[in-house]
Design a protein around this ligand. Structure first.
Ligand code: TNX
Length: 475
């Protein structure tokens, strides 16, 4: 894309944006309501700037998400094969129309996403974030063209959703969070509100109850999950890997069946079963428990997603999620060759709970530090040598909340990095895009209002309100 269009602040960048020759002048009232026309046309075809018909090069799902925007003096037309495509087009047009830049007559945008899965994983356990916060996060995701919110709903430190058969999960284990901070849980109306908002934005909710590890809160609440009968204390630290479900405990099987039903009821397509960091689970138990939970989810008609450690037990049609690129990649490669799709969440790029730099207070650093540029300049196809690009379903950012205690903390960690990850997911790669992205993100940020974000170096961020009242140094 020509750099003159960077001033529109489009993030992610569109595949094609150009001006059709002939027309001169600019759109006079781009935001006027009568100017926008939309059309859903199931026979619509995707053309490049040179007029070439590229429709047959697109996957069927890409044709559904593709759209065009064309402007003339009287109208802007957004055309797509589906409502989803039209929604993408309207969002893009709104960004252009509100950029404050002159919009040339004859402007064309033709665009579609590279990856089908463009997600964010949000941990509402280590610190609790309720329905209102989740809804605000969904809105932020949608402005960047993302379409999945994966909710991490259980861990050692707490349990966040009601399971009618086990009311003790809420009464015994929802009030806790890291460091003794207040916990909380989503009520059925909260869940309904989140699902409705997600649906209105075209974002799929992928709920996760992490098993067989990360289960201290469940075992603290549900007596029958403990084979020895001994109930573990509540846990508010940030260690991982010390708890496990047990095949031998009387309630384990029934618990997994019930939880799968509850998760299926709050999911659109896929349920995440966890499977990470099971440092104290015997390998036979791990295989049996992961397979059991995966079967329960499939039995509910939902797709299975699991972290990479569980890849060996996944079947064609399931998803395996890479998160730690230091681990052996062979199981993911094997899984992909069996027809398992991959979701790429490399810790060094997309773990948005990593510190920006060592002098930051918020954040962890098990993968080092991650500045904006690092979240942008990577390509998901480079992560596992020998894996076919077709096996990669997409990209998911993650934000774990051990050190994130408020909504301001959360947006500070997400922004601007989430925008960079969204660009990789939408456009396929961020390599070579830094200069353009730095211009676009600065312009994009003028629309973020009062939201808290990190001013990554190398970007000319809009001035802060407080900047306009500088403290004049006295010599
Ligand atoms: C790794 S992501 C974890 C989480 C932690 C996170 C902190 C994953 C599969 N496991 O349990 O919260 O690191 O960044």
């Amino acid at each position: 894309m020509k750099s003159t269009y960077d001033s529109f602040g489009l993030v992610p960048r569109p595949r094609y944006i150009w001006e059709e020759g002939g027309a001169t002048g600019s759109v006079s009232q781009p935001s006027s309501p009568g100017y926008l026309l939309t059309a859903i046309d199931s026979d619509w075809r995707f053309h490049g700037p040179d007029g070439s018909d590229q429709t047959d090069d697109l996957a069927p799902w890409q044709r559904d998400e593709a759209f065009s925007i064309t402007c003339d003096a009287d109208h802007v037309r957004v055309t797509a094969r589906t409502q989803q495509g039209v929604s993408h087009g309207i969002r893009r047009w709104t960004a252009i129309a509100t950029s404050g830049r002159p919009i040339p007559l004859g402007l064309h945008v033709m665009d579609f996403p590279h990856y089908a899965w463009r997600g964010l994983s949000l941990d509402i356990v280590r610190h609790f974030f309720g329905a209102e916060d989740i809804i605000r996060i969904l809105t932020i995701e949608s402005t960047f063209g993302m379409n999945v919110l994966h909710l991490h709903l259980s861990d050692d430190q707490g349990w966040r959703i009601p399971v009618p058969e086990y009311p003790e999960l809420i009464s015994e284990s929802s009030h806790t969070a890291v460091g003794g901070d207040p916990g909380g849980h989503l009520t059925p109306p909260d869940i309904a509100a989140v699902l409705a908002h997600a649906r209105s934005l075209g974002i799929a909710i992928v709920p996760e109850v992490d098993v067989p590890g990360h289960v201290n809160a469940a075992k603290h609440a549900v007596r029958g999950l403990n084979a020895s009968g001994e109930i573990p204390e509540e846990y508010t630290g940030i260690e991982v890997g010390f708890s496990t479900l047990e095949l031998a405990a009387p309630e384990t099987e029934a618990f997994l069946e019930t939880v799968a039903e509850v998760l299926a009821a709050m999911s659109d397509e896929a349920v995440h079963i966890g499977g990470d960091e099971c440092h104290v689970t015997p390998p036979e138990d791990f295989a049996a428990l992961v397979s059991m939970m995966a079967n329960n989810v499939r039995g509910q008609g939902r797709k299975v997603v699991a972290w990479q450690e569980a890849a060996d037990y996944l079947l064609p049609g399931d998803y395996a999620q890479l998160w730690d690129e230091r681990l052996d990649m062979a199981p993911l490669k094997d899984a992909a060759s069996r027809g398992v799709s991959l979701i790429m969440s490399p810790g060094s790029r997309v773990y948005l709970d990593m510190k920006y730099s060592l002098d930051e207070e918020i954040g962890l650093q098990w993968m080092g530090t991650t500045e904006l540029r690092q979240s942008l300049e990577w390509d998901p196809t480079d992560l596992i040598p020998g894996v076919s690009a077709d096996s990669i379903a997409g990209v998911e950012a993650a934000v774990f909340t051990e050190t994130i205690r408020s909504f301001d903390d959360l947006t500070y960690m997400l922004l601007p990095r989430l925008a960079a990850v969204a660009e990789v997911a939408w456009a396929g790669s961020g390599i070579g895009q830094w200069d353009s992205f730095a211009t676009r993100i600065a312009q994009n940020a003028t629309r973020w209002g009062t939201i808290t974000f990190h001013r990554s170096p190398g970007v000319s961020w809009p001035r802060l309100e407080s900047d306009s009242c500088p403290i004049v140094p006295i010599d």
